[in-house]
Design a protein around this ligand. Structure first.
Ligand code: IPE
Ligand code: IPE
Ligand code: MG
Ligand code: MG
Ligand code: MG
Length: 282
């Protein structure tokens, strides 16, 4: 059931997404840059962040048009983070979303610029959605110094602590924002508890990403498995060990499921998503 709600949102998103971004300034980009950007956004992927945004938008009563633009902003920002994450200077990964990484296919300089373009595009899409200033500010912080970029920096430096700050910043903050920004946009008061819930869901997602790097295979993941240990990355598993990490993920999922019944009483998706993500295979 969770899977069918998830896939419903996902296909709704994909139907609208590529035509929407063709209406942005992307159409003015040089042909190869535009192609490389579309390439990075394609391939086998989950569209988790857009799905979260679409659900939050529908719970908060935003229009379809606004919802798709917000969801698209999150997918663009996320994809930029992946394109840069795979670069030789970062994780040096040749495979992404079941296809050669953007820098393998188009070269490093183009991949860097695809990331830059996608980041700018994410702001353009939020402006198109006419989100209020405080939502824009929240997004800017979440993807930058108070979130993803700082987290990626800590990851590169191998700076990990027991509170999982690195993971909360690099992954959880954006997932939190994908859920909370729609509520913030709709002027809902409960957005703080939903922020907290989103952040924990994001943490759960990164722990399962670290677990899957060990147990998953490259075909199912669409990216190179076993890379974290080979590169001695400071993953959650490197910190706590496999069994303890798994246990923590289970505890987080249970807590999230209970909390979701209170703060998302009408959302079947949010109530069942924690356990769904805990047991995901790709
Ligand atoms: C991978 O994200 C990077 C992390 C934050 C763990 P996803 O696993 O959501 O990647 P796609 O979007 O499905 O390719
Ligand atoms: C990446 O974390 C998080 C980002 C902000 C992109 P990982 O380095 O673990 O992501 P994968 O495993 O390459 O997708
Ligand atoms: Mg990385
Ligand atoms: Mg990586
Ligand atoms: Mg990983």
């Amino acid at each position: 059931l969770t899977e069918s709600i998830f896939n419903n949102h996902k296909s709704r998103f994909e139907r609208a997404f590529f035509s929407l971004i063709q209406k942005t300034s992307l159409k003015a980009a040089p042909t190869v840059l535009r192609e490389a950007t579309i390439y990075a956004l394609s391939g086998k992927n989950k569209r988790l962040r857009p799905v979260l945004s679409l659900e939050a938008c529908s719970l908060s009563g935003l229009t379809d048009d606004t919802a798709v633009s917000i969801a698209a902003a999150f997918e663009c920002l996320h994809t930029y983070s992946l394109v840069h994450d795979d670069l030789p200077a970062m994780d040096d990964d040749d495979l992404r979303r079941g296809q050669p990484s953007t820098h393998i296919k188009y070269g490093e300089s183009t991949a860097i610029l695809v990331g830059d373009l996608l980041q700018a595009l994410s702001f353009e899409l939020l402006l198109r959605a006419k989100v209020p200033t405080r939502a824009l500010e929240y997004f800017a912080r979440a993807v930058g110094a108070r979130g993803m970029v700082s987290g990626q920096f800590l990851d590169m430096q191998g700076q990990q602590d027991n509170n999982l700050t690195l993971h909360r910043l690099k992954t959880a903050k954006l997932i939190e924002a994908a859920i909370a920004l729609p509520f913030l946009t709709a002027g809902e008061k409960l957005y703080l508890s939903r922020m907290r819930w989103g952040r924990e869901l994001g943490l759960l997602f990164q722990i399962t990403d670290d677990l899957l790097d060990i147990t998953g295979d490259s075909a199912a993941l669409g990216k190179t498995a076993g890379k974290d240990a080979a590169q001695k990355k400071k993953t959650v598993v490197a910190l706590f060990g496999f069994d303890e990490s798994k246990k923590r993920a289970q505890e987080i999922a249970q807590n999230l499921e209970q909390t979701a019944r209170l703060i998302f009483p009408t959302s079947e998706l949010f109530q069942s998503l924690p356990v769904f993500l805990l047991n995901r295979a790709g």
